[in-house]
Design a protein around this ligand. Structure first.
Ligand code: ADP
Ligand code: MG
Length: 357
């Protein structure tokens, strides 16, 4: 089949590799002609997600549609649904792309989220208590890798940052003590069959995922709570596709942090460690194949390779290719996404290390 993919980043690239193994073709739509997925896809359309002619071009070549980023306009996904299945649906993606909607949905089904206020105007700020706990202001849309997040200490500080952001809708979240960060990837097909990978334990540096270990070291009661919350969320959304749910554990309190309606960085281990990777699941669900097995053959850890590695000497900004020989150990796979320009804080690739049981 021909899969129409919205977005051409590294997640798209790895989905294309999985699609080719199953002999499917992928047509990618992205603004950036040089995006990671453009080099490996079967057909590439460069254009705007909102342009009807561009979408018709994609629709004419595709049997089914999916996304590799949550930042796709809901109107685009609803339009494409006239031409074939869109998995996940526009409605599901629209919940995951907006922190305000996302938190409202999760709370509405009785699942805890971090204490927060929604901020849409200065008058929302004025209504807040005068003394704020240490908090983080997050733009409701388009944030990733800690971008669009600001530490807030006082109300005046909040007013200033909100103003600098051009009064974009935001959430103000209480900064909590993180005992652990966890995530779980679930897959659900169009008949409602659900499966999940083991819970991953994640370490972040400067708001960006650094390492992810699967399975994580998690107490039985917390595991059960993660499974229950995750299953409730995916079913209540009537979700079809690959869904990642990020959790914060603070002492013994579990909160849902955010949802990603696509394969996730904390599931890259599944390429080498699972019988069927998260990317293959996305392809299988898109093409109405049965779900693959989520069984892990062995424990595994993903470590991100950040652009920082290319800058040996941060002061003179000279770009030096890392010495890959350092990473070529038995059981370690090096993935590079083909990004030509390394930047500090940019994900350039990742390593997966497999461990004996
Ligand atoms: P992104 O979309 O960038 O992944 P997140 O909301 O997941 O945004 O935040 C990125 C990281 O920042 C989290 O994984 C966590 O390490 C830290 N963080 C975010 N919100 C909080 C919070 N309320 N309290 C403590 N740490 C937080
Ligand atoms: Mg996150």
């Amino acid at each position: 089949m021909n899969i129409g993919l919205l977005g051409g980043g590294q997640l798209g690239l790895m989905m294309i590799e999985a699609a080719h193994k199953l002999k499917h073709k992928v047509i990618v739509l992205d603004k950036d002609k040089n995006c990671c997925a453009s080099k490996k896809c079967d057909s590439f359309i460069s254009g705007d997600y909102k342009n009807r002619k561009t979408l018709e071009l994609l629709a004419n070549q595709s049997d089914t549609f999916t996304v590799e980023t949550e930042n796709i306009p809901v109107e685009t996904l609803n339009f494409l649904s006239n031409f074939g299945p869109v998995r996940p649906s526009g409605n599901c993606v629209s919940i995951c792309q907006d922190r305000i909607k996302e938190k409202a949905f999760i709370s509405s089904i009785g699942i805890p989220v971090v204490p927060h206020y929604k901020i849409k105007s200065v008058s929302d700020i004025k209504k807040l208590p005068n003394k704020l706990p240490p908090s983080i202001l997050k733009t409701a849309k388009s944030g990733y890798d800690g971008k669009g997040q600001f530490n807030i200490k006082t109300k005046q500080n909040l007013i200033d940052v909100f103003d600098e952001l051009g009064s974009l809708p935001c959430v103000l979240e209480k900064r909590i003590n993180l005992t652990k960060e966890l995530s779980i990837i679930l897959v659900r097909d169009s008949s409602g069959n659900v499966a999940n990978y083991p819970i991953a334990e994640n370490q972040h540096k400067d708001g960006i995922l650094d390492t992810s270990t699967m399975p994580g070291d998690v107490a039985r009661e917390i595991k059960d709570q993660v499974y229950l919350y995750a299953l409730t969320i995916i079913q209540r959304m009537n979700y079809c596709g690959v869904l990642c749910i990020e959790f914060f554990l603070s002492e013994d309190q579990l909160f849902v942090n955010e949802l990603a309606p696509r394969p996730h960085n904390s599931g890259h281990q599944t390429i080498e460690a699972s019988l069927c990777s998260q990317f293959e699941q996305q392809v299988r669900i898109s093409t109405s194949m049965p779900l693959g097995s989520t069984v892990l053959r062995c424990p595994a850890r993903t470590k991100n390779l950040m652009g920082d590695l290319w800058f040996k000497d941060l002061d003179n900004k000279k770009i030096v290719e890392p010495n890959w020989n350092l990473y070529k150990k038995s059981g370690v796979t090096i993935h590079l996404y083909g990004k030509t320009i390394p930047r500090i804080g940019r994900k350039m690739g990742h390593l997966t290390e497999l461990f004996l049981k």
